[in-house]
Design a protein around this ligand. Structure first.
Ligand SMILES: Nc1ncnc2c1ncn2[C@@H]1O[C@H](COP(=O)(O)OP(=O)(O)OP(=O)(O)O)[C@@H](O)[C@H]1O
Ligand SMILES: [Mg+2]
Length: 273
């Protein structure tokens, strides 16, 4: 059977394009607490297509970070299944990049050295110069072209987050998992980095899942917005397909005839859950 599947992929390249990057089936997460088990997620189902960008919104504490950390392989699942690219997840791996709200850089290293971390393992056959070039390219992309040698402690919060994003890009993951990546940034930096993120995701054909509290951001970035119900026993309450083609320009999105309908739909969901 396996051979048949491979043959199909070779004959029909579109087969690959319509394949799911991620399949989550009947996922359950239970945290043991002194007061007994706390069921955070219960029977959550979600599929993400190759190269699709989804955003996740839901009230604080519903289990968004829990979900993301299980996909990242950093948090064990209690039931159900998470299948990435055809295989069940067994711990963290270079196929998934993770970006959190705070980048956790190594403070004694420079911006460039922080991005270089891990790149050697991912590109063991490249020369050091090639690896440096990759890191410098992504640092420049996020607007740090003249800060390669600045120590992490000498960078502003926004600059540190840029380094974290460059580091995730440089590792060339198949899938990027972002947990409120721009939550702590001013709106100008936020907008700038949203544009960079979309550009790189498009160019590198990366599948992405972005958790955000910002309804506008959830629409601007994603092909599909996933709405989570409030916990305990949270699950997917609804999804919204954003029919605005990529690549996207902010002005075009804001002026899109459906934009305010999308916005209202999401706000109504959040108010009702
Ligand atoms: N290690 C843990 N042990 C026990 N309970 C936990 C643990 N981690 C998270 N929780 C609880 O699980 C629930 C979901 O937490 P999680 O951090 O996933 O929510 P979230 O949707 O990301 O919230 P926010 O929007 O505030 O970031 C919360 O009630 C939280 O208190
Ligand atoms: Mg969270």
């Amino acid at each position: 059977m396996e051979n048949v599947a491979i043959a199909e992929k070779e004959v029909f390249p579109e087969f690959l394009e319509t394949q799911n990057m991620l399949e989550i089936k009947e996922l359950v997460k239970v945290y043991p607490t002194p007061k007994g088990d706390y069921v955070v997620l219960d029977g959550l189902n979600l599929e993400i297509k190759n190269e699709e960008i989804i955003s996740i919104i839901g009230h604080s504490g519903c289990g968004k970070t829990t979900l993301l950390s299980m996909i990242a392989g950093l948090n064990p699942i209690s039931g159900g299944e998470i299948v990435l690219n055809g295989s069940p997840i067994a711990g963290p791996g270079p196929d998934r990049g993770v970006i959190f709200q705070s980048p956790s850089l190594l403070p004694w290293m420079t911006a460039l050295e922080n991005v270089m971390l891990g790149v050697k393992e991912v590109f063991p056959h490249g020369t050091n110069q090639e690896r440096l070039d990759i890191c410098k390219y992504y640092l420049s992309k996020v607007g740090l072209g003249d800060s390669f040698d600045k120590k992490a402690t000498d960078l502003s919060q926004g600059m540190q987050q840029r380094v974290g994003i460059a580091r995730a890009f440089a590792l060339k993951p198949k899938m990027l998992l972002l947990d409120e990546p721009f939550g702590m940034l001013d709106s100008l930096t936020r907008g700038e980095l949203q544009d960079v993120l979309l550009e790189v995701l498009n160019k590198e054909k990366i599948t992405a899942m972005i958790i955000t509290h910002d309804v506008d951001e959830s629409i601007f970035l994603a092909d599909r917005v996933i709405m989570m119900t409030s916990g305990p026993k949270a699950t997917i309450g609804d999804t919204l397909q954003v029919e605005i083609p990529r690549p996207r320009k902010r002005k075009e999105v804001l002026e899109h005839p459906e934009y305010y309908n999308y916005r209202e739909y999401l706000i109504n969901f959040l108010e009702g859950h």
